[in-house]
Design a protein around this ligand. Structure first.
Ligand SMILES: *[C@@H]1O[C@H](CO)[C@@H](O)[C@H](O)[C@H]1NC(C)=O
Ligand SMILES: *[C@@H]1O[C@H](CO)[C@@H](O)[C@H](O)[C@H]1NC(C)=O
Ligand SMILES: *[C@@H]1O[C@H](CO)[C@@H](O)[C@H](O)[C@H]1NC(C)=O
Ligand SMILES: *[C@@H]1O[C@H](CO)[C@@H](O)[C@H](O)[C@H]1NC(C)=O
Length: 372
């Protein structure tokens, strides 16, 4: 799910359809819960970030889990019924230096669920303590990941596992310098995956010591960047974790290893595999947007079509909004209704295709101009 910083590619539109596209896009977007005014701005927040921030980074930083953020996700997630307890660990700011300030600590948050855990000494047999299943937190509030990682809760009873979710430094409540954490290179210098992995190792070992569970095996889990962290953790700390499960983790998505287009190839494939017609329509949309966006009149028309609260200044704003919709839909094309990045039904890509098919039916008999 680590979308590279790139834009949708565009290709020539099939000319006959191009006037229909705005309507189609409006219909498609009706399926999303994005605020209507976000068309007027590159993103729905006021942070001055580049328009094409990788999606997860953008969303996770902004979003705190709320009671509503999880109502469609299986399992309890209400504020009052969170399936975990929060804890804080005095974490070393710098694991790799020996300067006086390297001993600075910050409050590092982690979550626990011990409901299913086979505690040390609890089992009558020789099984020993149940394992620790540890989520290596990625770029966001850890409660949000815990709420959206049902798999670990699903398998914990079978393994008698203790569930641990560790927050990534500089996110959620684990900001070493509070609100000043992002202020300068001096503070941000401590935000590295290398430091984060060391954090995880320290928390896990401290926890096992405190629980008298030093014999308990540890398996790390993660999704997306968190999955990369899980796999790196297993490689770098093989004495701490016996295994890693990395889900949707682009561990090989680096220059000269994986083609730069691989992320968008996968997004495209998601739509193409549902409907090549829908894929073609979406693909053609980018040029139409640019074409319309080239004139003031076109921008006004686009603003009306997309029901922006203000006239959009650049077609790019709408492009960015659409890009988010298509990309997020593909990234969270789950088989169940979910509310991870957006509130979406089951198989959201199918849903989008379904909407586009309706438009095409209409198109065969309707004056194209009427839609424009
Ligand atoms: C969820 O939270 C709301 C508001 O705090 C509360 O009214 C509701 O009863 C809660 N639901 C459950 C299942 O706990
Ligand atoms: C652990 O998770 C299970 C399943 O969601 C839940 O029923 C239980 O209350 C949770 N335990 C704690 C201590 O939060
Ligand atoms: C070390 O910490 C002290 C006290 O927090 C601070 O005033 C000083 O600037 C820090 N020095 C460096 C090199 O970070
Ligand atoms: C940090 O920022 C948040 C959100 O703007 C605010 O609620 C909080 O009070 C701030 N904390 C401090 C210590 O200034």
């Amino acid at each position: 799910m680590a979308a590279p910083d790139a834009r949708p590619s565009s290709a020539g539109p099939p000319p006959a359809r191009s006037l229909l596209l705005p309507l189609l896009l409006v219909l498609l977007l009706a399926a999303y819960s994005l605020p209507a005014d976000s068309a007027a701005r590159p993103s729905s927040n006021s942070n001055p970030r580049p328009a094409f921030t990788p999606p997860l980074l953008k969303r996770h930083q902004l979003r705190r889990p709320s009671s509503s953020s999880a109502e469609l996700v299986a399992g309890p997630a209400n504020a009052s019924t969170k399936p975990f307890t929060a804890h804080y660990f005095p974490q070393l700011l710098d694991h790799f230096a020996f300067t006086p300030n390297a001993s600075t600590v910050f409050r590092h948050k982690y979550l626990l669920n011990d409901t299913f855990w086979r505690r040390p000494g609890a089992g009558a047999g020789d099984d020993g303590p149940g394992p620790l299943f540890v989520y290596t937190g990625n770029e966001g509030d850890i409660e949000w990941f815990a709420t959206n990682t049902g798999f670990m809760f699903d398998i914990a009873p079978t393994f008698g596992a203790l569930l641990v979710f560790i927050e990534h430094r500089f996110y959620g409540e684990s900001k070493p310098f509070g609100n000043d954490s992002y202020r300068s290179a001096e503070t941000l210098g401590y935000l590295t995956s290398t430091q984060a992995l060391a954090d995880f190792a320290v928390v896990i070992r401290g926890l096992k010591r405190d629980l008298g569970a030093e014999a308990a095996p540890v398996v790390v889990f993660g999704g997306s960047y968190g999955g990369m962290l899980a796999s790196w953790f297993r490689l770098k700390y093989p004495h701490v974790a016996i295994g890693a499960l990395a889900s949707s983790a682009p561990i090989l998505q680096f220059d000269h290893i994986t083609p730069w287009s691989s992320f968008y190839d996968a997004v495209s494939q998601d739509f193409k595999s549902e409907s090549s017609n829908c894929f073609g329509v979406i693909r053609a949309a980018w040029d139409v947007l640019d074409e319309r966006g080239a004139t003031d009149k076109g921008l006004l028309d686009l603003s009306k079509l997309f029901r922006a609260c203000k006239t959009v200044k650049y077609a790019y704003s709408i492009r960015n909004w659409l890009w988010t919709a298509f990309t997020y839909t593909a990234m969270v094309d789950y088989p169940t209704p979910a509310n991870f990045l957006e509130n979406l039904p089951a198989y959201p890509v199918k849903e989008v295709v379904h909407l586009s098919a309706k438009v095409n039916l209409d198109s065969s008999s309707t004056d194209h101009e009427a839609f424009a």
